[in-house]
Ligand binder design. Structure first.
Ligand SMILES: [Zn+2]
Length: 113
């Protein structure tokens, strides 16, 4: 049984009907259009490549700055984005993600000035 937490935008592959992140109960099975967190990528050539690949496969995606990131007004560019896709495209999106080369540097929690 697979459950979906709409608050955290994650899919839970476990028997308990409770979200381990936020504690939400009475979760439902994911629907094709439910938005699911896929990955976080540094903002750069690789994220651009990934977006192109999603576009080429007609996968709609949503990207957001991770919570707690520096406001856009302070820095011209976000350092990383969280990517979300509809549940119905999650498996294909994961396959595409596997084709993106691994990023050499980890995402910094805070920019070093
Ligand atoms: Zn949750």
């Amino acid at each position: 049984m697979i459950f979906y937490c709409g608050r955290c935008k994650i899919v839970l592959k476990r028997d308990e009907n409770i979200c381990h992140l936020c504690g939400k109960r009475k979760l439902k099975e994911p629907q094709q259009n439910d938005v699911v967190y896929l990955t976080t990528l540094n903002n750069g050539p690789l994220s651009g490549m990934f977006e192109d690949m999603l576009n080429n496969n007609n996968i709609p995606y949503m990207r957001k700055e991770p919570k707690g990131s520096i406001p856009m007004a302070v820095f011209a560019k976000a350092f990383s984005f969280d990517y979300f896709v509809p549940y119905g495209t999650l498996e294909l999106a994961k396959e595409i993600l596997a084709l993106v080369p691994k990023q050499s540097k980890p995402i910094p929690a805070f920019p070093i000035i």
